[in-house]
Structure formats: structure tokens, C-alpha cells
Ligand binder design. Sequence first.
Ligand SMILES: Nc1ncnc2c1ncn2[C@@H]1O[C@H](COP(=O)(O)OP(=O)(O)OP(=O)(O)O)[C@@H](O)[C@H]1O
Ligand SMILES: [Mg+2]
Length: 339
Amino acid sequence: MTAPAEALMDVRGLTKYFPTGSSFRLGGERQFIHAVDDVSFTLCRGKILALVGESGSGKSTIARVLARLHPATAGEAIFHERNALTLRGHDLLSYRGQVQMVFQDPFGSLNPVKSIGHHLERPIRIRRQTGGRDETRNKIYELLRTVGLTPPEEVANKLPHELSGGQRQRVALARALAVNPEIILADEPISMLDVSIRMGILNLLGQLRDEHGVSYLYITHDLASARYLADDTLVLYAGQIMEAAPSEDLMSEPLHPYTRLLLASVPDPRKSLEKRRVEVRGEIPTIVNPKPGCRFAGRCPKVTDVCRNQSPGLLEPRPGHHVRCHLYDPALATNPCAG
Ligand SMILES: Nc1ncnc2c1ncn2[C@@H]1O[C@H](COP(=O)(O)OP(=O)(O)OP(=O)(O)O)[C@@H](O)[C@H]1O
Ligand SMILES: [Mg+2]
């Protein structure tokens, strides 16, 4: 029997509202975009948790709030027994070393006129991890080898534009690793890369988890990569978790109609384009001061009146498999979603 996973970060009720601008009020009520609404999950040590959802579902906002780039509206993220969302001063600095973010665009996150070695040297020096020049240089080479960029002596002298997109993303990962983080928040780290090199980065992420015990919040549009890489998957829609389960359960036996739509829209050469277009119709609404009702009701093929009027809670119809859908509420005499 495998040991139970150790909780590393416990996110509870995470909420982020963005004001729509003071000039835009309805009936005197201030308008807020509910980008993230009462989201809870646990990131376990040495595990990968995927956050999947369409554009605008709130994935990046969650990562940015956890990276302390945006203040939270409400909620907490318990990390080493303290709420990471309220840390200040030296505690915040040390948190930022323990929780690193890797962005979608590896080129945009590197300074085009500075060498790769420079990008890796800075975090090492800021964290005062090494003493002399030689030690710093060796640490840089070791990081480059860890992410598969060899020979490190050559790569360290290159400028970002002299590397391919996949190599640049490896540099971004090396830079995150330079401070020995416990968690990496990876926001669509492969979506701007050629399909041919995505697999290499995914394997590298898995390898870093296995060999360095790094935990990830892996953000993606791509369910196939979540299935391949992540231990658990959360499906986000309009700022709310719609389904959460171990990745294999979620992909093989999805419960929520939205997850089913997402899975049905994964390109399958056996299906005609016409059929796929029907399956993915509609898009995520921007949620401003929401009214009661399921946020997915407008697109749901199984919608009923109760969905339009009552907000569903997160239910657990199977152990460890959560879903926000009235179809699974035994208190409402709706038929369990079979087909
Ligand atoms: N700084 C901001 N100010 C106002 N609204 C914002 C801001 N950042 C995000 N939003 C809004 O919050 C919602 C969620 O955005 P977010 O970027 O988190 O989505 P996402 O799931 O990461 O989308 P994508 O897949 O396109 O990256 C969207 O409606 C977006 O317009
Ligand atoms: Mg995003």
C-alpha cells in the first residue's frame, strides 16, 4: 500500500473579484468580475495537480493569487502552517522562493540582452545559496544539466534568441529550480511550444517531480497532457470548480456535463469536424455579480429548471470524485446523469 500523500498547500475558499471600473454600476451596485469563486484544493508533496478549463475560466488568476501577484478577495492558502496570502516582508520573500511561477511565454519572461547564465545567476545570488564565483558557476551548470541543456558551458553564454522555444522553456524551469522551490505554478508551460517538443517538456516536469520532489499546479487547456502528467485534475468553469478527481477517474468516467463536453472536443481524427463543432458550442460567460443558478446552465445539454435557479454545491457521488451538478444531488429528485 502506498503512503497517503502529504498536504503541502491547502487552498480554502480562494476568491478573486476584479472591479469592472467605477463608471459601470447597475442600480448603484458596484460590478465585479467573479474570476475565481470559492475554490478549494490541496496540493500534495511530490504530486502534480492539473487545473483545466477553457479560456477565461480563471486558471491563471488562481496561479497569480497563489504567487502573490494579485491580492486575494477572500480565502487562504495554508503553507507550512501559515496563510501564504497574508505573508509580508521577509516571510513573503522566503515564500516567493518556495513557490515559483513558470509562465506560458518563455521568451517574454527572459531578458533578450542577458545571457542564459545571467538569468540563472541572479536567483542564486539573491538567495545567497552559494559563496564564490566558481561555486555559482557550477550551480548554473548543474541546473542546465538538470533541465537537459548541454553542454552547459556553451548554453550559459547564449542569449535567449539563440535558443529554440522548448530550450527557452527549459531555461525558465531551470531558473525556477535555482531557488529549490517546493512548488512550481506552471501556467500553460507547453501551449506556445511546437507539438513535437511538448512531450520533452512534459517528461521533464515529471522527472523533476520524481527526482527533486517538486509539486506542481499544472495549468492547461489540454486534457490529454493533464491525463498524462497529473495525479489529480480539477476542472474549472467560470471561476468555479466543476469536477475534481484523480486524473484517470476523471478522464475515464467524467461526471459533469462540462467535463464530458471538454473530453468530446479533444481532437479525434475519427470524428468529423461538423460533429465536433456541435459538441463544443458556446463559450465561458464573464461572470459579473452572478445570480443564483449553475454557471454552466446556458450551455448544458442536461439543463433543467432547478439548474437555472439554484446554485449547485460540490457533491461527492463517488469517494474522492467531486462534482458541482444538480444531477448528482440525491435531495433533488433528478435522474442521476447516466449517459
Ligand atoms: N487584471 C484583471 N482585471 C480584470 N479582469 C481580469 C484580470 N485578469 C483576469 N481577469 C478576468 O478574469 C477572468 C479569468 O481570467 P484568467 O486569465 O484567469 O483565465 P484563464 O482561465 O487563465 O484563461 P486563458 O486560458 O485564456 O489564459 C476573465 O474573465 C478575465 O477577463
Ligand atoms: Mg491563463
